[in-house]
Design a protein around this ligand. Structure first.
Ligand SMILES: [Zn+2]
Ligand SMILES: [Zn+2]
Length: 183
């Protein structure tokens, strides 16, 4: 039995790798029966946190991404939860918290990425934190002075952010934004 349980846990852990698209999310913390779904794992993780602080960090549970962390809001939003659904103040606080953690982990080599809705496997908002890979720079970015100026993706696509001097680049238009980060 123990073996079977371990096997089941392993399968559950690996399932998200093959899934994509969270546009049909149904996680609702007021309805426990909706929260068992695999795509609600991070919603459950948020509920397991103390009420404060407003943002928290966990290691990416995916064993193929040993160097990754995730930044998550303690609060929920629409399902799927995205940046566009947050207030400007919450969004700025979220990026600010994620950047501080990313700096702490990677110094000036940090990158942050939020995938587009077609590529996300979790309904709860999560920013991937990692080391920016070499050679990923392109010309699809806007320069931001700080977290408050990072544009909001409005069309379900992703965004990735990295520092350049004392400014930020916010790269828009990628679904699989996290691919610019070391696994
Ligand atoms: Zn949630
Ligand atoms: Zn750039």
């Amino acid at each position: 039995m123990r073996f079977l349980r371990t096997l089941a846990a392993t399968v559950l852990l690996l399932l998200p790798l093959g899934r994509a698209d969270v546009r049909g999310c149904g996680c609702d913390v007021t309805k426990p029966e909706t929260m068992a779904a695999t795509e609600c794992t991070l919603c459950r993780e948020a509920e397991a946190q103390p009420a404060e602080p407003q943002f928290f960090f966990i290691r990416d549970a995916n064993p193929t991404k040993p160097n990754r962390w995730l930044a998550l809001p303690r609060f929920h939003g629409a399902s799927p939860q995205d940046l566009a659904g947050m207030s400007a103040a919450d969004r700025t606080a979220y990026w600010t918290a994620a950047i501080a953690k990313a700096r702490e982990l990677w110094g000036g080599q940090w990158g942050l990425a939020m995938n587009g809705l077609e590529r996300r496997t979790q309904c709860h908002a999560h920013i991937h934190i990692g080391k920016l890979l070499d050679g990923v720079e392109n010309d699809r970015f806007v320069v931001a002075d700080g977290p408050a100026d990072i544009p909001v993706p409005r069309d379900g696509t992703g965004v990735w952010v990295h520092p350049v001097g004392n400014k930020l680049h916010a790269h828009l238009g990628d679904q699989a934004a996290e691919l610019v980060l070391e696994r």
